[in-house]
Design a protein around this ligand. Sequence first.
Ligand code: HEC
Length: 165
Amino acid sequence: MKKIVILSSCIALLCSCNNSPKNIDRELSKQEIISLNAIKTLSKPEGDLILTNTCYACHNPKSNSHDNMLAPPLAGIKNKYLKTYPTKDLFVAQVSDYIFNPTQENALMKGPIKRFGLMPKIGLSKKEAQEIALFIYNNKLQVPSWFPKHFEDKHNKKWEDNSSK
Ligand code: HEC
C-alpha cells in the first residue's frame, strides 16, 4: 500500500514538472494576425501612463524589496514570456489574452499564483489589452533595484535585461 502511495506521488510530481507551457506552438489564424497587425502603437508617455495607472499598483517597479510586492515585476514576466513566445505576434497574443482574462490555466508561471494569488480581472477591453501587450513588447520596462539579484539567486544565472526588444 505504502509503495503505491509513494509511486503515485512520484508520478504526480513528474507530471507537474513536465507541464510544458501552454500554447507554445500556438498557430495564429490569418484573422488573428490581421487583428494583431492593426493594434495601435502607444507612444512612450501614453504607454507609461497606462502601466502606471493600471498595472503598477500591483507590479510596482519602484518597490525597494521583494517583500513589498503584490505581484511579480513586469520586466521579469516579459523576460519569461519572450523566452517562451519569442515572436512578436505570439507574445502579444499570449500577454493580451492573459491580461484580458487572467485564469489559472492561462498562466505561464504557476509560482507567482501560489505566492500572490491569481491576478484579478481588471476590466480591459480586448483592444486595450492588445495595445498594452504590444507596448510591453516594444519598450524597455523599469526593473526594480532588488530584482537582478533575486533573479540570479533563483535561476543561478545572470539577469540580462531583454526587455528592450
Ligand atoms: C490588482 C493587482 C494586479 C494588477 C492591477 C495587475 N496585475 Fe498582473 N498580476 C497580478 C498578480 C498577483 C500576478 C501573479 C499571479 C498570476 O499570474 O495571476 C500577475 C501576473 C501577471 C502576468 C503573468 C501571468 C502568467 O502568465 O504567469 C502578466 C502578463 C500580467 N500580470 C500583466 C499585467 C498587466 C500588463 C497589468 C496592467 C494592465 C496588470 N498585470 C495588472 C496582479 C495584478
